[in-house]
Design a protein around this ligand. Sequence first.
Ligand SMILES: Cc1cc2nc3c(=O)[nH]c(=O)nc-3n(C[C@H](O)[C@H](O)[C@H](O)COP(=O)(O)O)c2cc1C
Length: 222
Amino acid sequence: MKKQNFITLTGYREFDLTKMEKRSIEFLEELSRRRTVRDFSAHPVPQNIIENCIKTAATAPSGANMQPWHFIVVADPKIKKEIKIAAEKEEKEFYSKRAPKEWLDALKPLGTNENKPFLETAPYLIVIFSKSYDLSSDGKKIKQYYSIESTGIACGMLITAIHHAGLVSLTHTPSPMKFLNKILNRPENEKPFLLLVVGYPSADAMVPNIKKKKFEEITSFF
Ligand SMILES: Cc1cc2nc3c(=O)[nH]c(=O)nc-3n(C[C@H](O)[C@H](O)[C@H](O)COP(=O)(O)O)c2cc1C
């Protein structure tokens, strides 16, 4: 019997095994070149590229297809400045008071501190909010399922799309991030999830010399 409200799977493409292997290696090589960048150029990026990357993120799977996310794209210099001031205030508290020594030690190799010039330099800040519940048109609460996991997957796809387009990003989490609700006028049911800084790297951009764990260390087969 035909299932109600189902359509034929048309998007899937099958490849022979040689092509499959080639594609998997090429994608691995492309993503292995991704780095978190903290030195941004002010070189402008057309908005439609950012829109395409967000549309890619929005193809992500989500618990019960709730799509519990909202993406805010900030290009306005005044709002970027406001975000920078608020983030640096939180980060100053974090680095000087709130962060335990163990956390600061873990951050040492990255050379980060409370100064966040990139929040003004980079052409775009994409702030991703995750919905703890949604609201129907008549104001009823709609439960969301696995909203953190779902938003995390969408963010991973967004970072991948940005890299694939030839741009760089910084996953930034000024702690705590509640100030983003106020500045961006987002409702109580949306929690700031990540602040993604997006643009071109500066000509002299440097990245920390850190390594990924070995495949054998992170994978087990049964
Ligand atoms: C959830 C999350 C939060 C992060 N928060 C920050 C941050 O606030 N500031 C920062 O400079 N980097 C931040 N990063 C970037 C990490 O430091 C970076 O991904 C890690 O050092 C590995 O480097 P790579 O992305 O170049 O492989 C964050 C990354 C993730 C996934």
